[in-house]
Design a protein around this ligand. Structure first.
Ligand code: ASP
Length: 353
């Protein structure tokens, strides 16, 4: 990914309180209307004109803007790798990072980065907006200012939130617990199966006991993804032909089965036979619930006992976004045998075991 870099000192003439890097990838956030009213990517060198309140934060900002900002529906693993590499390159000179990203796939990128950044001891805060920064009622301004405040917050001289998070509307959510749940209103994200890490009102109230401790040792970036996975969402009426064609896709290494309720699935013999045959051929099959809340408990009902017998792995309370990015990373970095074991072990606070 090509990008340009610019430095904006919002603190002048005082000394900056902290150094934060903004990585601007695209999405609705950075759109402005040109003279003809057409939405164009925003020129970040004009950020202080749009957001004079930034001066009150006393930050030294370094902005890295993708030369071709993208809608997040076009995001792929190479974009995650680029973000990881930028963070790695500037890790020692920055106190925190804010990633401006389209909301549509933000939960995937935030999950991917949670797993990629091993030993993270600094904040990486994702945010975006439902309305472009140029619109008068835009949520972009509040979201960016609070994200910057969180990325530069210290407690006893250490980063207050040393993990990958999503800040949106008024909540700070662990990145690998985030899910986009709303496309019209400003409260676009929800924290799944874990309380928010902070709420921003008159003050920012941090839930310090829920925040991950900082990683120890130097930052290590895992960056190999194997994309040969599939997500198979179950529905009443699905056919044997459809399930067979997914499970027999050439080169496939793993399948996320999006099941009902607490991890339940049809008991039809053809279905269980296809799953068993796929597992015998070496595929990983991971059970993730379609329910945003709650967890997979295989064997709780008769309708999930067959899955246990076939060798399906229970995905506990992981989101599908976390499960997909974790699987791709584990397969890419460690191969199928290790991934089969590691998928059930928490890596970044994405699951409760
Ligand atoms: N389609 C946009 C994107 O995800 C939506 C947004 O940014 O809110 O890039």
């Amino acid at each position: 990914m090509n990008y340009k870099t610019l430095t904006i000192d919002t603190s002048l003439p005082a000394k900056p309180r902290a150094r934060v890097m903004i990585i601007y990838t695209g999405g609705t956030f950075g759109m402005v209307r040109d003279a003809e009213g057409v939405l164009q990517p925003f020129d970040f060198s004009l950020i202080l004109e749009h957001l004079p309140a930034l001066r009150n934060l006393f930050l030294q900002l370094t902005v890295i803007a993708f030369e071709e900002p993208i809608d997040s529906s076009d995001v792929e693993p190479p974009h995650w790798q680029s973000i990881g590499s930028i963070i790695e390159k500037h890790y020692d000179t920055q106190d925190g990072f804010v990633i401006l990203h389209g909301t549509d796939t933000m939960a995937y990128t935030a999950s991917a980065l949670s797993f990629m950044l091993r030993g993270l001891a600094k904040p990486v805060v994702f945010t975006g907006a439902q309305l472009p920064i140029s619109e008068s009622r835009s949520d972009a301004r509040e979201n960016l200012i609070t994200a910057l405040e969180i990325a530069s917050a210290f407690r006893d001289g250490k980063a207050r939130v040393p993990e990958v998070t999503v800040f949106f509307d008024f909540e700070l959510i662990r990145g690998c617990r985030s899910k986009k749940v709303e496309s019209m209103h400003f409260d676009a994200f929800q924290s799944e199966n874990y309380p928010p890490l902070a709420r921003a009102g008159v003050t920012i109230d941090y839930n310090d006991t829920l925040i991950q401790p900082p990683g120890s040792g130097p930052l290590k970036v895992l960056r190999k993804f194997d994309q040969r996975i599939a997500i198979l969402k179950l529905f009443p009426g699905m056919t044997e032909e459809m399930v067979a064609s997914v499970l027999r896709a050439p080169g496939l290494k793993a399948v996320i089965l999006e099941t009902f309720g607490s991890g339940n699935a049809p008991t039809a013999p053809w279905f269980l036979r296809l799953l068993k045959a796929a597992i015998d051929r070496g595929l990983i099959i991971l059970n993730i619930s379609q329910c945003p809340g709650g967890r997979v408990v295989q064997g709780k009902y008769e309708t999930s006992r067959g899955l246990v017998e076939a060798g399906v792995i229970g995905g506990a309370d992981m989101t599908v976004e976390a499960a997909a990015t974790k699987l791709m990373l584990l397969l890419g970095e460690f191969g199928v045998e290790e991934a089969r074991v590691l998928i059930s072990q928490p890596m970044a606070g994405e699951m409760t075991v």
